[in-house]
Design a protein around this ligand. Structure first.
Ligand SMILES: [Zn+2]
Length: 408
């Protein structure tokens, strides 16, 4: 037999190959072994996916999956495989102190490929009720660089959060130290933008290849100026190669900002979830649901796929092996239905929008293995139960944590 598995008849959408047409895809030994309008050679197993949309496996560039060790972390493995996500990147849950545990307890046992940014805070993002950079002594460039250099196959950069809540009165000093660590380890920085630190002062420090996350956040110090246009510093950063990531989360996607940005032609480079304990059940749910919000705002499906496959692969410098269906690359594939109907969506500020389209996961192939959402239902329910448990322990859902912060 020429193939272990053939998926036949779907519309194949792969921006990395400039492909958007019906065809078959063949898999052998966990790798893509053939892609053509029709594969006639024999296969051990053929799955007919006529009428569906087949893309490279999706890459979620921003999530929090250090379950059991941080208040934010969700058990993400089954949820990923149930929703077309084959690579998930933790946006800095571990710091250098607890990175070894992340490698051993999260990365090693996961079926999904898990990567991570290492937080410039030595303790990582342990606790949602405290700002990790209020005490600048937590920022440790040399140690951070050292662990990234020890595990470069898993560690993809340095994370820092630059809102007043996280940094206290240290301004951009945490970012300065994150860039210092990234220089030492020859890697990139992902910076969370927020309220209380001027955006131009953040962008000023970023180098080509660095990532701004929460690009459509509306908490304050966002990408729009008083004239309701994208501020020039944002365009300057994009022009010199800084990436803009969506990072929805529980507080960082504002329909008003996103719609205005799309209207002005300022599209994110990457759509990501910022899935964590407080965003999982609402308003994020999954990467396909997050992407559906953008689809309903008028983005083409091909653009959605670009921002969930080849673009995050470019950010990670991995275009050779992920985010593509090129022959020889790892057999990570997502198959979706594009459903029509009446759907309701909510941003991170409680604003509701209705839409006519929903990207619904049909199956996921990870390293050649096939997963259907129904087969993962129990595991996904366990993920939700654990998230609710942590919400219960912290006492309040995320939105009200902000109120608590005010009185502290
Ligand atoms: Zn995050």
């Amino acid at each position: 037999m020429a193939f272990d598995l053939v998926l036949s008849g779907a519309t194949i959408v792969d921006p990395s190959l400039r492909k958007n047409e019906k065809g078959d895809i063949g898999i052998r030994n966990g790798k893509i072994a053939g892609i053509s309008d029709r594969l006639d050679a024999g296969a051990h197993r053929t799955i007919d996916v006529t009428g569906k949309f087949l893309t490279p496996g999706w890459i979620d560039l921003h999530a929090h999956v250090y379950a059991g060790a941080t208040t934010f972390g969700i058990k993400a493995d089954a949820l990923c495989l149930a929703t077309g996500v084959t690579t998930i990147v933790d946006a800095g849950s571990p710091g250098w102190t607890n990175l070894r545990g992340f490698l051993e307890y999260i990365i090693e046992p996961s079926r999904t490929e898990v990567l991570t940014f290492v937080h410039i805070s030595s303790i990582g993002l342990l606790n949602s009720m405290r700002g990790e950079m209020e005490d600048i002594k937590n920022a440790a460039p040399e140690h951070t660089a050292r662990v990234i250099s020890m595990w470069p196959q898993h560690c993809v950069g340095v994370k820092v959060r630059q809102g007043a809540f996280q940094v206290g009165n240290h301004g951009v000093e945490p970012l300065r130290r994150a860039v210092e660590a990234a220089e030492m380890a020859d890697t990139r920085v992902m910076v969370h933008i927020d309220k209380g630190v001027a955006l131009p002062s953040i962008l000023d420090l970023l180098r080509p290849g660095d990532v701004v996350t929460h690009c459509y956040q509306g908490k304050g110090d966002h990408i729009l100026g008083n004239d309701d246009r994208v501020i020039p510093e944002v365009y300057e950063a994009r022009n010199r190669g800084v990436f803009f990531d969506l990072g929805h989360g529980a507080g960082s996607f504002h329909y008003g900002i996103a719609k205005r940005a799309v209207e002005l032609g300022f599209l994110s480079d990457v759509i990501s979830t910022d899935l964590h304990v407080y965003s999982l059940k609402s308003p994020v749910y999954s990467l396909p649901e997050t992407a559906s919000k953008l689809l309903n705002m008028g983005l083409e499906f091909e653009e959605i796929v670009r921002q969930t496959t080849v673009n995050p692969a470019r950010v990670l410098n991995r275009t050779n092996d992920i985010g593509t269906l090129r022959t020889g690359s790892v057999a990570d594939i997502a198959v979706f239905d594009l459903d029509d109907g009446d759907f309701n969506f909510t941003d991170a500020h409680g604003r509701e929008e209705s839409g006519r389209k929903m990207i619904t996961p049909h199956l996921t192939v990870r390293k050649g293995d096939v997963y259907y959402p129904d087969d993962l239902k129990d595991e996904v329910e366990e993920t939700e139960r654990r998230a609710e448990e942590m919400v219960g322990i912290t006492g309040v859902p995320y939105g009200t944590i902000r109120e608590i912060r005010k009185v502290q």
